[in-house]
Design a protein around this ligand. Structure first.
Ligand SMILES: Nc1ncnc2c1ncn2[C@@H]1O[C@H](COP(=O)(O)OP(=O)(O)O)[C@@H](O)[C@H]1O
Ligand SMILES: CC(C)(COP(=O)(O)O)[C@@H](O)C(=O)NCCC(=O)O
Length: 542
């Protein structure tokens, strides 16, 4: 192994990298001769750093304490704060036929196997592999969670191919990962052993890589396939494979000699090559609690539903939602499915989806339809009705079984007429207006002199703040009163949403009932009355 000199130790010099090359060489032992290691305290991405060194010999390694632009598949970010992770990339050349594209298709699987075997050699049990490039950890007291990832980038060369093999492993759990993660330190603590030092881990992985990549170059992935399948997280399990425009369920038979994933669909065995596909188990045991989500414009409301009861529920502003959901998933490792309604944008939803994917919790979003769960939807385009309104209407019908007015006082206020038909509820129509807070903000932002907050409802306001609070609240109450005229006198007015409490006192002459959990209740009813085998099918149809 050739050593780069350490940076000079002047007061202004950057901190020495956490990897000490002399110590690494000692850990590598005889394998040291196969690698040329460069240790950095930080870089953008170790894969990019290697790509900028096209003349580097095979066996060049760049290891960095921190990456500012670590990447995963499809350009996803790999979180690697200083010290918590071990992130490095290896350049490896495959000469002659071993470098042909069809021979390299199983490379990221071979690398995963090498990492798993290296960790096992250090006494870490429960390492599992997820096709095509994730390293998971199955510990006794936590769900299957991601321990590391692999990003392989290959390029053709005159004499074969060059592969840049990037590997990220969590030594310690990152402070705010945004998704459930596993860390080597936690696994060791749970097993009562001391966590291995980063030099030991890096040396073990590199040594194992040298052996596995030799076998791969000589005999192809076929020679490694049994060992990979023995560690496969979803071998012989029902899985769901999703792409941008596709979704397939079936039994995962494992992989073939080229590393393609094999799924038995009932209509035959489908073969999937590594691409933009995500794999997760399709199994919904229906034994654990269900996560119910109402993804609104201001907040994420959630509840944990178990055998007809709420175990816990709450609401998080979007800025806190991903971190709070990650913590909730850690606290409740048994959650088996999730059902939600969403009107929030993709930027809010993507981190939730990633968290649930990582925890292998299938998530279905409610799709409004023309008729479902005892309610008929008279909207001209039923599918365009807000999913939260649809869930609230279903919750209201399930609760009242009679005509009622359904008010959701959130970012927007919706006032929906639910009539009683022949044994079914009929959503006859409804209105949308800015919610109380949005009205106030609009006045504050759209005028030079009006304050955006403060004041209270006063029958005859004589202060600007009171005049605004009273005007905006009266607009809400007036809309409700007008719509209530569409229903038989005495029909209940159900009030849900973050501003329901403010409105209730203003509707004294109407039979107003606070029903904060109407959307979550509706979703829970839907989840509990959907056919068990296919949780999503009853939600999207008809
Ligand atoms: N703790 C809170 N955080 C944010 N908004 C709150 C809170 N308590 C009450 N509100 C009010 O509730 C509204 C959001 O209600 P919510 O039903 O969660 O809306 P959405 O479904 O649009 O996310 C806000 O506009 C605000 O006026
Ligand atoms: C009207 C809404 C914005 C209310 O959303 P919220 O205030 O609950 O976040 C939402 O239901 C929505 O985007 N609806 C789609 C349009 C419609 O219902 O006609």
């Amino acid at each position: 192994m050739s050593l780069r000199p350490p940076p000079s130790l002047s007061p202004d010099a950057p901190a020495a990298p956490l990897i000490d090359l002399t110590r690494l060489k000692a850990c590598l032992g005889p394998a040291a001769g196969r690698f040329d290691v460069d240790a950095l305290d930080h870089c953008d991405s170790t894969n990019l750093e290697l790509a900028r060194r096209p003349q580097a010999p095979s066996g060049t390694v760049v290891v960095a304490d921190a990456q500012s632009a670590g990447r995963g598949r499809r350009g996803r970010t790999w979180v690697s704060p200083p010290g918590a992770g071990l992130t490095f990339s290896l350049l490896w050349r495959f000469n002659g036929p071993a470098g042909r594209p069809e021979r390299l298709s199983g490379l990221s699987l071979a690398v995963g196997l090498a990492v798993a075997q290296a960790l096992e050699s250090l006494g870490i049990a429960g390492v599992r592999l997820k096709w095509p490039n994730d390293i998971l950890l199955q510990s006794t007291d936590a769900p299957l969670a991601k321990l590391g990832g692999i990003l392989v980038e290959t390029s053709l060369e005159r004499s074969g191919a060059a592969a840049i093999i990037g590997i990220g492993l969590n030594l310690e759990a990152p402070p705010d990962p945004g998704q459930p993660v596993a860390a080597l330190a936690d696994a060791c603590r749970a097993a009562g052993t001391a966590p291995p030092d980063r030099h030991t881990v890096l040396a073990a992985v590199l040594s194992e890589l040298a052996q596995v990549l030799d076998t791969f170059a000589r005999d192809g992935f076929a020679a490694l396939r049994p060992a990979w399948e023995a560690r496969h997280a979803y071998q012989q399990q029902r899985v769901c494979l999703t792409g941008e425009h596709s979704r397939q369920e079936g039994c995962c038979l494992g992989v073939d000699d080229s590393g393609a994933l094999l799924i038995e669909t009932g209509a035959g065995t489908e073969r999937h090559l590594v691409g933009d596909l995500s794999l997760r188990p399709a199994v919904a045991s229906r034994n654990g609690p269900r996560l119910i989500l109402d993804a609104g414009n201001s907040r994420l409301k959630w509840g944990l539903r178990d055998h007809g009861h709420w175990l816990a529920y709450g609401a998080w502003p979007w800025a806190e939602a991903a971190g709070a959901l990650a913590a909730l998933l850690r606290q409740h490792p048994g959650i088996d499915t999730a059902l939600g309604c969403r009107v929030a944008g993709d930027a809010q939803i993507a981190p939730l989806q990633a968290l649930l994917d990582a925890a292998a919790i299938p998530l279905c979003w409610l799709q409004p339809s023309a008729q479902a769960h005892g309610v008929r939807n008279s909207y001209q385009h039923p599918e365009r009705l807000g999913a939260d309104r649809w869930a609230a209407l279903i919750g209201a019908w399930h609760r009242e079984q009679r005509a009622c007015l359904v008010v959701c006082a959130g970012t927007a206020t919706t006032v929906d007429v639910l009539q009683a038909g022949d044994g079914e509820g009929i959503f006859a129509g409804g209105m949308i207006l800015p919610g109380y807070a949005l009205m106030r903000r609009a006045l504050g932002q759209g005028t030079a002199q009006l304050p955006g907050e403060g004041g209270q409802f006063t029958p005859l306001p004589r202060l600007t703040e009171d005049a605004i609070a009273t005007g905006c609240l009266s607009a809400q109450a007036g809309a409700i009163e007008r719509m209530a005229r569409q229903l038989p006198a005495g029909s209940p007015v159900l009030l849900a949403g973050g501003d329901a409490d403010r409105l209730a006192p203003l509707l004294g002459h109407l039979p107003a009932v606070l029903a904060h959990g109407l959307v979550l209740d509706g979703l829970a009813h839907i989840a509990e009355t959907s056919p068990p085998a296919r949780p999503d099918s009853a939600l999207a149809l008809p």
